[in-house]
Design a protein around this ligand. Sequence first.
Ligand SMILES: Cc1ncc(COP(=O)(O)O)c(C=O)c1O
Length: 373
Amino acid sequence: MTAPLLLTPGPLTTSDAVRAAMTVDWGSRDPLFVAMSDEVRATVATLAGPADQVVCVPVQGSGTFAVEATIGTLLPRDGRLLVLVNGAYGHRMVQIARTVGRSVTAYEWVEDAPVDPTQVDALLAADAAITHVAVVYCETTTGILNPLREIAAVVARHGRRLLIDAMSAFGALPLTLADVPFDAVMASSNKCLEGVPGIGFVIVRREVLATCKGNAHSVALDLYDQAARFEKDGQWRFTPPTHVLAALHAAIVAHRAEGGVAGRGGRYLENRDILMAGMRALGFQTLLPDALQAPIIITFLQPASTSYEFERFYDALRRRGFAIYPGKLTVADTFRVGCIGQVFPDDIRRFLVAVREAMNELGMTDGAAVTVE
Ligand SMILES: Cc1ncc(COP(=O)(O)O)c(C=O)c1O
């Protein structure tokens, strides 16, 4: 049985070169492995800022491990976090902060509205005890793009620190220290860098990390200790995911060859535009207006047709070689289609043909939703 093309937010479809890189069993102290690990850390860091100002600290595990490591290491025990929430991943940061015993305030927008920087301004003006602000760049729950530059400017103006969950955006959407003052950016191996799952990483400002000794609630998720060890001898403190790292190394070589962030983001944008136009031609409606829609994952409203049922629609597409994703909204029934990973415009065109066939199979005349407000 062949695997379907993954039109999901991750794990994603990867290239043959990335998968082939995992056929070597590296020893963790092998000089070639250490060099590969150094190169991955240096290359990933410089996507976000100059090498003398930022450092990349990877952690074993999925993206959430990097988020938990960041909140635990960067927030002092007496710090206070404001989380700007407009989806599930914002809620998750609140849960993490509470669990690791940090003072946290959540401010929430509805899932189809972006974080509003003027409200952030007011929240910071009203609470001088807030030391850090956390926000999700692209909220994968809906695929909405938050206005990161504007939020960062407000946070900087108030002299507070910004932590960015850029999990589903890093490597495809612009994010540099020069434009977006941050303390930390969190991301992972298996999203827009197109590696395989297993490494979360954090890009931290060096001068900030230098002040974080002893903050962490956890041994395994202490970014300060891990960074100190990389500094000392290039070693991961605990068994590194060697195959995953080798795959990520191959993935960043390909990322560079595609033209870096601009090249990768450009392909995803083309995927998005073809997907949205094609789905709309079949009657489907997007949750978000185009201006708020990141080129990462698109949320479609559940069709009104009584012949539609997500599981049957999913199966019909799966049999034609495509995996889509269920919705994750609390406010509306939806499904999602991703446009990241080794997915190209022609794949999206083939997908649109498969959607038409799946609709015919289910007996749907069009994809229109019940109501659009
Ligand atoms: C914005 C965002 N944050 C955090 C995560 C959590 O990552 P993981 O599921 O890899 O732990 C995801 C995963 O999709 C995400 O999209």
